[in-house]
Design a protein around this ligand. Sequence first.
Ligand code: NAP
Length: 484
Amino acid sequence: MSHMVDLVIFGGTGDLSTRKLLPALFLLHRHQLADRLHRIIATGRGEMNTDGFREEARENLQRFLPEDRWDESVWATFRDRLFYQQLDAAMEAHYQALGGLLDEGEAPGRLYYLATLPSLYGAICHHLQGAGLVNSKSRVVLEKPLGHDLDSCREINEQVAQVFEEDATFRIDHYLGKETVQNLIAVRFGNPLFSPQWRNTFIDNVQITVAEDIGVEGRGGYYAKTGALRDMVQNHVLQVLSIVAMEPPASLRPADIRDEKMKVLRALEPMTSANVKEHTVRGRYAAGAVNGQAVKGFLEEAGYQDADATETFVALKATINNWRWAGVPFYLRTGKRLSRRYSEIVIEYKKLPFSLFANDPNELINKLVIRLQPEENICLHTLNKRPGLTRGLRLQPVELHLTDESQNKGDRYDAYERLLLDAINGDQTLFMRRDEVEIAWRWTDSIIDAWDETGTPVKNYNSGTMGPNSATALVAVDGRSWYE
Ligand SMILES: NC(=O)c1ccc[n+]([C@@H]2O[C@H](COP(=O)([O-])OP(=O)(O)OC[C@H]3O[C@@H](n4cnc5c(N)ncnc54)[C@H](OP(=O)(O)O)[C@@H]3O)[C@@H](O)[C@H]2O)c1
């Protein structure tokens, strides 16, 4: 029992918990990976007993688990781990009741997962401490968004830090839980083929795309105040960028990896009013068609009529000022209601100095394409001889797949399974350190400030396209194009 952990989910009745956390916990239980996890206590403001919660959880799991993963016999043992505790973040008495429930379980470790509004994080930590529920074996997991700018992020971090040490604080970015993001570390640092070439001498540019085909569905006023830069770039895109660009770490220990990521974020050149128009594009979806369905524009959707300063698309040309990356643009883009849903990193190699091949317009260049969503795989685009007896050597593209689809099937897991397991086991590698999150805000704040100073407009794009024409121009002026 000495190593067991009770998990308490604040916001245990919410959307994230229902769609992601409980299914991930069910699967960890199913695969007997959560051997240190004792009980799961979901909290919410509503009055409900544990039996009522288990009934709801059963229905939701059947609905949200991936196909074929529901199993009655697994449920029979999983249900016994589930508990419900009524808790309003502001009510001290509710924390006392939670303490009573935790004492009954006798697990010494406590993992508090905060999946409520981030504005409640400070109060929840404060009350947990006040009720004597925090000790050296307690940890806290924080869901995004951690603030809406550097100041508000610091405030939340400061409040949490009054109760939990940094090495007990786990900041989630679910992109880091993706198998391919971890595979990127293996590919970069495990292969002598790639390691020496991973620099400006050989690489021409890097592109990171996080494209969604959905609109701002069901996110209430949150998105209107947030926009694509804060919602996606500050966290997911910059986290991925820092792993692509980091120096080899001294070891795979969390501190060493996070130190190297941090150096990259520090080397990002801030945007200024002098260059923001040249290096950024803001967009907003207008009506159009996505996957054959007619859809409304952002400003025509209920609740968003006044959100004309909010971007649903952003494209950026980022510069990393260090020896490895000087001269290599990092083109970043993300948006909603784009032509399809996918996330990928493209490493584009430099062209040869001249071409030996008659049919080669020197356009077919080597690329490493790392796909994170919807499927996860890595593909190297190379060239070889077009087979046949025709006169002269002609080139053809050949894709080398570095992920063995057949082998990986049984091992697929959701990012939340990885992250929950690591948080239960106390491994911080795939979580964001405080300084990383804050420096990422500092960079995104520089963009927002420069947009404000220059009045950079939000340009319309038709739903179902890949953003405004100016996003194409952002890359085209450098003689390059987005990889589609
Ligand atoms: N949904 C996602 O896919 C997603 C993805 C990434 C990050 N997140 C983040 O995860 C957090 C939760 O998001 P969500 O979509 O699950 O929100 P949600 O569906 O609105 O759920 C909010 C949860 O917080 C509880 N809650 C609200 N006010 C409370 C209070 N005063 N005291 C105690 N509990 C309270 C609610 O419980 P009752 O209503 O039962 O009281 C509910 O369980 C947010 O920080 C969000 O940004 C969500």
